[in-house]
Design a protein around this ligand. Sequence first.
Ligand SMILES: Nc1ncnc2c1ncn2[C@@H]1O[C@H](COP(=O)(O)OP(=O)(O)OP(=O)(O)O)[C@@H](O)[C@H]1O
Length: 442
Amino acid sequence: MSQIQQGAKLLLVDDDTSLTELLAIRLESNGYEVEVAHRGTQALNILKQMPIDLVITDLKMAHMNGFELNEQIKKHYTGMPVVMMTAHGSIPDAVDAMQQGFVSFLTKPIDSQQMLDVINEALAGKVRTAQTSDPNSFHGLLFQSASMRQLVQQLQALASSNANILIQGESGTGKEVTAKAIHLASNQSQGPFIAINCGAMPAHLLESELFGHKKGAFTGAVSDKEGLVQAADGGTLFLDEIGDMPLDLQVKLLRVLQERTVRPVGGQSEYKVNVRFVSASHKNIQTAVAEKQFREDLYYRLNVVSVEIPSLRERLEDIPLLASRFLSALSDGEKQFNQQSITHLLNYHWPGNIRQLHNIVEHCVAITPGKVITEDIVQKALPKDCAQNAFTGLNEAKRQFEYDYIQKVLALCEGNVSEAAKLAQRNRSDFYKLLKKHEIQC
Ligand SMILES: Nc1ncnc2c1ncn2[C@@H]1O[C@H](COP(=O)(O)OP(=O)(O)OP(=O)(O)O)[C@@H](O)[C@H]1O
């Protein structure tokens, strides 16, 4: 997981690798996140995978040119700004480009300042419609299952409320992707999204990372430094693993939430901030509160609304979609799973959730020479502990239902077998057979 994310995410598409490398460096040094594709199909796969704010594409590329790519993007990602790059002097291309809905164009060799101006302008004018026509994606959060569909509806309603949100879920279930999706759907989507892992650094560093420091505040503080709370002003600060935040820092964070101001370490003045806090933890924070490891007042401030992301084994319907989208992105759309291999994936219990699924798909791609990923390949890629199935067979499901049903009927009849048999519309001897079968003592 990235420690800190900042700025808009750009997708750069050009088959000239040295140019993309150079432009990516320039853009990253200006605070943008950059994804690079060298072919149109690769660019479309990246767009399926993650939320992108703006695309910059070359016009002349083999297989799919910039016009064709733009057409695909317009079809599937309404409102996505696309900037065209063209060789010096190709003005007719540029005119065509504007007619075909590109927001702007850049001529090569690319002038850095002009590129930054064009991007800023395009982003400023962009109405964020990252909720694309893809019905299985919410700002990069992919889903198929009913439980995730419900969760996405909840997120949609929450996003514009500005309430602080606490996301809980096992490791790898997509807490950070969810936080980013909330940000992108919110009214602050034009502002920064910054993520910090509160469990990944010592307390004194975390404090200066979050609140900033003044020059000379401690050994090594050679200049003033702005903290992440201030950097996230006008946007969202994602506090990952909030359950690991030391208690003395919790007090300071609580103050920021109450006063909406931040004071850098060693500083005298306070700065006003307008930040939405989204926090996450794989630990149960309520338990931490009960054990006095987490301040109750801070818990209530951060947890104005809570979101629980189910584990992957509780939403197996998401596996085919996630696996095929990951595969398409990782293999440039060139490989496929056969039906048996998907069944095999459904039979695994996924302790590492979606992160693990992504890794397994990556492993499958690496060891598959041909186009089709078979059951044998999946078997090889999965850890050897796959005996424990997540998906119950029909017989086991029926047995479980019958057991639960009998228990419920007995409870309703306070253990009276004759009454229970009557309620279940079975005669007494049939009902006794069922009790014996399930080893239920009355
Ligand atoms: N619904 C999803 N759609 C697409 N990708 C997902 C989804 N959920 C998780 N991922 C991917 O799985 C990986 C893990 O996701 P993420 O880092 O958001 O999980 P997490 O719950 O924050 O993990 P941790 O608790 O370990 O910090 C990432 O590569 C992310 O892109």
